[in-house]
Write a protein that binds this ligand. Structure first.
Ligand SMILES: Nc1ncnc2c1ncn2[C@@H]1O[C@H](COP(=O)(O)OP(=O)(O)O)[C@@H](O)[C@H]1O
Ligand SMILES: [Mg+2]
Length: 429
């Protein structure tokens, strides 16, 4: 293991709306406050602020001003920057790549490749480094999957130049967040997030997630586009990136921030007091260019999550994007059913009504006005979606290639009895 000095500061670049090359926008440093805790500081560059086409990194915290922004949340990394950083999967790949188990937050920012979510990138030079146009092609999926398997199993990668090169390839495509093994790949249609099944998965994740996106669309939700490809004997889910648009000049990049950033929340489940759809819809109504449409869409998503027992609907699984200057709710992604033992009470990850996180129709309806959905409409949405999920999940799953056995395994996730319970359930934190 080599020891490397911790970088303490970096430049932040942004690819502006309508363009395909990054420009320098800000300086970011992590230092410590008086108690020794990490303190992040960000300042936009003067020349960036002078540009007429400059846009802020996010719509809530880092406004376009010359002030010095400071944060002690999330180890000193501002939400908009943290959203461009890999989560557990990408971090693991970077650690393997650098041969170090403990890395600083800036290490992760600087060592993640440039296919990260959103329009930001990071570097140590004032001028953005030259463009790298190399993306993994879908043809490399088999190799990428084999490397992902080795990393999941914590196996040594064979000391073979081809594998080392493929290891680099995986690194080249892992800066997306999330915990599942994944890589970014390109085909003639554009960029996709390839999500790999794990050998210890209880079911065929790729096909089930694909089916849930289809079911969500059938329920009127706007979702990411997806397809399943078979690589050898295994299925891989490809989710089309909605934050990139292919043009002759290269890729345009939309800014993207998670609900965690919008809520100014922390990401550990122990500190989830601000994980709330009610707070989120208030923020969304303030920042969205289509507040009414987005608020109603969010209401539908909560309802859908409750009806498929998607209890992993944490604030990193919701985002807003800006292709131009305006922000709006991103398409839905990472929709996964979680069959659970309890028939009476299941909780979403975020507060969704007067009874906290309870995935229950009455609870959702208790706050529907905040989503700008009139009472009668809200009731009608809930009832229609319940009928649709109940009546069509199986057929949708089978059409998406989910096996009969897997359908049996996930059957308990859909329209569970507690969704309709009328009596008050105890509220949890
Ligand atoms: N279609 C997409 N386009 C752009 N970014 C996406 C898309 N889907 C997911 N992301 C981003 O990638 C991250 C990881 O994807 P996700 O599907 O949530 O993976 P995981 O199942 O590992 O959590 C998300 O948190 C989000 O920031
Ligand atoms: Mg996720």
């Amino acid at each position: 293991m080599t020891s490397r000095p911790d970088p303490a500061e970096c430049f932040v670049y942004i690819t502006l709306p309508g363009t395909t090359e990054p420009v320098t926008a800000a300086r970011f440093e992590i230092t410590t406050d008086r108690t020794g805790a990490p303190l992040g500081r960000l300042v936009y560059g003067k020349s960036y602020l002078e540009r007429s086409d400059a846009v802020p990194f996010d719509p809530v915290e880092l406004k376009l001003t010359s002030r010095i922004y400071e944060t002690i949340l999330m180890k000193g990394v501002f939400g908009a920057l943290r959203d461009a950083c890999p989560d557990s999967w990408g971090r693991r790949v970077i650690e393997r790549h650098l041969g170090q188990a403990v890395l600083s937050e800036l290490d992760y920012l600087l060592n993640s490749p440039d296919d990260r979510a959103g329009a930001l990138s990071f570097g140590l030079t004032q001028k953005p480094p030259g463009p790298k146009r190399r993306f993994n092609q879908t043809i490399a999926l088999a190799k990428l999957q084999a490397i992902a398997d080795a990393i999941v199993d914590d196996e040594e990668l064979p000391d073979d130049p081809e594998v080392t090169q493929a290891g680099e390839l995986l690194l080249e495509g892992t800066s997306m967040g999330g915990a599942r093994p994944k890589a970014v790949v390109e085909d003639e249609e554009g960029l996709w997030i390839a999500k790999f099944n794990r050998s210890d998965d209880k079911w065929n994740h790729a096909r089930i997630e694909h089916a849930m996106l289809a079911l969500a669309q059938a329920c009127g939700l706007t979702t990411a586009e997806s397809k399943v490809v078979s690589v050898g004997a295994r299925d891989v889910l490809l989710v089309k990136r909605f934050d990139r648009a292919n043009t002759d000049a290269g890729y345009r990049r939309a800014r993207m921030v998670s609900a965690l950033t919008l809520l100014r929340a922390e990401d550990s489940a122990q500190r989830r007091d601000r994980w709330s759809y009610i707070l989120l819809v208030e923020e969304l109504r303030r920042v969205s260019s289509e507040p009414k449409k987005d608020a109603m869409e969010l209401f539908r998503r909560i309802c859908f999550n409750a009806l498929i027992s998607n209890t992993d609907d944490h604030p990193r699984n919701q985002a807003i994007i800006a292709k131009g200057r305006d922000w709006k709710l991103s398409p839905a992604y990472d929709l996964v059913p979680m069959p659970q033992v309890s028939l009476e009470r299941r909780d979403l990850a975020m507060i969704c009504g007067d009874q906290g996180r309870f995935a229950n129709a009455r609870n959702l309806l208790s706050q529907s006005a905040r989503f700008l959905v009139p009472d009668d409409d809200a009731r009608a949405i809930v009832d229609a979606m319940k009928d649709r999920v109940k009546g069509t999940w199986y057929k949708t799953a089978r059409t998406a290639g989910v096996s009969e056995r897997d359908c049996e395994r996930i059957a308990g996730a859909f329209a569970y009895p507690g969704f309709d319970l009328e009596q008050i359930q105890p509220v949890d934190g």
